[in-house]
Ligand binder design. Structure first.
Ligand code: K7E
Ligand code: CUA
Length: 668
């Protein structure tokens, strides 16, 4: 779509044409209707509103979408890219889980090493994750199209996707946490990427005695469990995490929930929600309280307010302690240095989302129909005046609630997450009510009785969780579209067995009333959150690697093929090195001979320089399956444990002679 105006006038014209079509096509046969859009619409039973929806979302063959959604894939461990407004899936990017289409986790040494390194301290080599909250890198508070980060909620990890080639390049198993939820967000210039623990961890920062008993868990929970807020320093060139320059802040054993970064007036600050400040431990049969009831007892939980700029200085001044490879600021130090505060927030909050101007911090909780909006100006003032209502059990000052609330809006049942547009409106998902509610922010956006008002509400399908608007959590939101990410899709899509897809709904924000344009079944994971970015950011995305490139380093790989003479087989004792080229439509060499027990290292290079000329490299029975894009090099390294002949082949249907693209590994 070009501009809204021409789009709308087109729709009006089309609707008029539709009605005209209804009149003129009366009595015509169906064959005669072909070619006449209005008659086709009528024959398909489409209403004028449907035609409007179709026109607003149709992207003609060969034309591109305006936006791309970076959606987490939940426990599929992946990330999905979806075009807007067409709602077509563009690509799946594996992060934590093996994925065979892109040859991820099946013998490509570079990928194996990254996945193994990303399991450090986790007891086993993890091959799955629960992708939750993606964060695009930012410059001056807006998406810059360089990198994308996403956390593994299950295992307390975070992955980095390089948006040069849209591939995962690093997985960091974050020390001292076991699970993660708060974040991922990037600070306004991607100085840091933040993630906090979800469930507190026993002995997170100290040596754990062996044999933690049920009794310990129930009785000493307050003392031995801890949460953490992790600020991971980013290498601006490569996007990678620099653990040495990163730091963590020790937090009480509340369940830290969602988090967001400050910007503009709140630049340098971060905000993390929490629930279960009651410290319910579970164990309802052992004298404890079930977490379900225990965690909703209090009327208030705590918003953690953290000054990361100050924290970085505290680390620099040597006041942090390295624990398991990361600098840790203790609660005591954080309090003494004035970088950690709490603010009461009504009943079991969930989402926290900072407005485009950075002043409003919107907190919403499942059990309170209101959103509470804190003002950063008020928070700064309260801190300066030490306007506290005491401390929590860990000595952290609690800012006086009344002094920092800028507004409170009754939104409906179960408000969760909030996104923003370019006109001063906020959009909040209502989990229990199954709706998106649009409301106005306070000054400078709206003043007097125009401020803090619900202006529109639209029903979504069952149980909306997150929602995403275009650039909706940046300094410069675009408005235009909102995508509701609904958990259930019963009755929305054809019956296809017991495991149902989730349901995304594209909502048009350009009119006076919100309008649902498309339902999109998403049957490839349980997506949680997404960020929607302009497609323009990715126009220069890499199409072909220089020959021999290792995507992990973006350097030419040692042992890659540069010219035909490089292809060869070398034996050194029990090690066989094969330098193999891949090009339409052959492997060279295509016959590899070795002995049972040999270690075989195949240095594979796709020597194509044509975009889209991807080849596969699969070896049956050995669980080996690589995918090599044009120019890409990779290493396969394994022991041939089984005698026989194994027909390696290319998995991509790459040319007329694709089927001929095969060879043999003969193991004597
Ligand atoms: Cu609300 Cu884990 Cu982001 Cu899901 S969280 S909805
Ligand atoms: Cu290369 Cu098929």
């Amino acid at each position: 779509m070009k501009t809204n105006k021409s789009g709308i006038s087109r729709v009006i014209t089309l609707s008029a044409l539709f009605i005209l079509g209804l009149i003129t096509s009366c009595g015509k046969s169906e064959e005669a209707a072909s070619g006449d859009p209005m008659a086709i619409a009528k024959a398909r039973g489409l209403s004028p509103a449907d035609v409007e929806r179709a026109v607003k979302t149709f992207v003609p063959p060969g034309k591109f979408d305006d936006y791309v959604i970076f959606a987490s894939g939940g426990h599929s461990g992946q990330m999905h890219l979806i075009g807007v407004p067409s709602m077509r899936i563009l690509k799946t990017i594996p992060v934590f889980s093996n994925e065979s289409w892109s040859g991820y986790g099946y013998g490509n040494q570079g990928i194996e090493e990254m996945l193994n390194k990303g399991s450090e301290g986790r007891g086993t080599n993890l091959r799955w994750g629960d992708t939750h909250h993606p964060a695009l890198s930012e410059t001056e508070g807006d998406y810059d199209g360089r990198f994308c980060y996403i956390n593994d909620r299950a295992n307390g990890r975070i992955g980095m996707i390089d948006l040069t080639d849209f591939k995962t390049k690093q997985i960091l198993a974050i020390p001292n946490i076991q699970t993660s939820h708060g974040g991922v967000f990037a600070t306004p210039n991607t100085e840091y990427v933040h993630i906090s623990a979800k469930v507190p961890k026993a002995y997170a920062f100290s040596e754990s005695p062996t044999g933690l008993t049920k009794k310990d868990h129930l009785e000493k929970y307050k003392d031995i469990y801890r949460g953490a807020s992790s600020w991971l320093k980013i290498d601006q060139k490569t996007g990678r995490f620099l653990l040495d320059e990163s730091f963590q802040i020790e937090l009480p054993p509340y369940n830290q929930d969602l988090a967001d970064a400050g910007k503009e007036v709140s630049f340098g600050w971060g905000f993390i929600n929490s629930y279960n400040t009651e410290l319910a431990t579970g164990g309802n049969k052992d004298g404890g309280t079930s977490i379900e009831t225990g965690a909703s007892k209090n009327d208030f939980d705590f918003l953690h307010i953290i000054n990361w700029e100050k924290a970085a200085q505290v680390v620099k001044a040597g006041k942090a302690k390295k624990i398991n490879g990361i600098n840790v600021i203790s609660i005591q130090t954080a309090v003494a240095e004035g970088l950690l505060y709490l603010a009461p927030e009504p009943k079991s909050p969930h989402g926290v989302d900072v407005s485009p101007d950075g002043n409003y911090i919107t907190v919403s909780g499942k059990l309170d129909p209101h959103s509470t909006i804190y003002g950063m100006d008020l928070i700064k003032k309260a801190i300066a005046e030490k306007n506290f209502e005491g401390t929590d059990a860990y000595g952290i000052p609690i800012i006086r609630y009344k002094s920092i609330v800028a507004g409170q809006v009754e939104l409906g049942a179960g408000p969760l997450h909030t996104q923003y547009d370019d006109k001063g409106y906020a959009y909040t998902s209502l989990f229990l009510e199954n709706a998106v509610v649009k409301w106005s922010l306070g000054p400078p956006y709206f003043t007097g009785d125009k401020a803090w008002k619900v202006v529109d509400k639209i029903s979504t399908s069952y149980n909306i969780g997150h929602l995403t608007t275009a650039h909706g959590d940046t300094r410069k939101p675009h408005g235009k579209y909102c995508i509701a990410m609904n958990k259930w899709s019963i009755d929305r899509h054809p019956k296809m067995g017991t495991l149902l897809p989730q349901n995304f709904q594209l909502i048009d924000l350009t009119g006076a009333k919100m309008q649902i344009l498309v339902d999109m079944p998403i049957g490839i994971g349980e997506p949680h959150y997404a960020q929607t970015a302009s497609m323009k950011l990715f126009e220069k995305s890499l199409q072909v690697y220089p020959i021999g490139t290792d995507p992990m380093t973006m350097q030419v790989m040692a042992g890659s093929i540069q010219k035909a003479e490089d292809t060869r087989i070398e034996r050194n004792g029990n090690t066989v090195d094969v330098y193999l080229s891949v090009i339409r439509s052959s492997f060279t060499p295509d016959l590899i001979e070795c002995k049972r027990g040999d270690r075989i290292r195949i240095h594979v290079t796709n020597i194509e320089q044509t975009p889209d000329a991807t080849h596969g490299f699969a070896i049956p029975e050995y669980n080996i399956n690589l995918s090599l894009d044009a120019g890409e090099a990779a290493l396969v390294d394994f022991i041939v444990s089984k005698p026989g002949s194994f027909s390696m082949y290319c998995t991509e249907f790459c040319s007329a002679l694709h089927l001929e693209m095969q060879g043999w590994i003969i193991v004597s």
